[in-house]
Design a protein around this ligand. Structure first.
Ligand code: S6P
Ligand code: ZN
Length: 193
């Protein structure tokens, strides 16, 4: 590993932007095709509103290698697709025994975690919540409020990301709105194994 100079980036707590020296990724509805349960609602939004921005990620530019501590902010915009709240794609770390820390900065959300046997846990997050993603758990966040849900994350540089497993199987549970409240329900489309 190359010896590096220390440096700092600036995190705007209100907006969630992290600058400079970061790469920004935008995830739109079309990037999540097939991930939301209500396909009719997905199609309606794409036709009537266009390709809605669901979330943005500001990642500090660092080599993805052992020894580094990667870090970023995520800004997850409020909204629903059908009854299902806006969420991130979700992933396992490619090296499964790598954990992660999330720190809630703004808004109201949930961290959903899942083991490969389909066991799901949920952790409510608000400003100040330091949520721990232990090794082996896939992780996805959900915005259950009506303002952006913003959090900071840090994880080992050699973790890598496995999106394919969640793209194929989904999460076993979904966070939907029922009678004005967020509730976790079984995902009828979840495929185990
Ligand atoms: C990275 C970490 C987060 C997510 C981000 C977007 O290991 O868990 O920074 O990348 O919240 O979610 P996703 O599932 O699209 O990567
Ligand atoms: Zn992660």
């Amino acid at each position: 590993m190359q010896l590096m100079e220390p440096f700092a980036t600036y995190l705007d707590f209100k907006s969630g932007t992290l600058t400079p020296g970061t790469t920004v990724i935008q995830r739109r509805l079309s990037h999540m095709r097939g991930m939301y349960l209500d396909t009719a609602a997905y199609n309606r939004i794409m036709q009537e509103e266009g390709d809605r921005l669901i979330y943005e990620v500001y990642t500090v530019d660092l080599a993805e290698e052992a020894g580094q501590v990667l870090h970023c902010t995520t800004i997850l915009y409020p909204g629903k697709v059908g009854d299902e709240f806006h969420m991130t794609k979700g992933h396992y770390h490619a090296l499964r025994n790598r954990g992660e820390v999330y720190l809630g900065l703004e808004g109201q959300g949930y961290l959903l975690l899942q083991l490969e046997d389909g066991t799901v846990r949920s952790v409510p997050m608000q400003p100040g919540t330091a949520a721990y993603v232990p090794p082996y758990w896939a992780h996805r966040t959900v915005n259950v409020g009506d303002t952006p849900f913003i959090f900071f994350a840090a994880w080992p540089g050699d973790s890598g990301h496995d999106y394919g497993t969640i793209e194929r199987m989904g999460f076993a549970k979904l966070m939907i709105e029922r009678d004005g409240q967020p509730v976790l329900v079984e995902n009828p489309r979840y495929r185990s194994g």
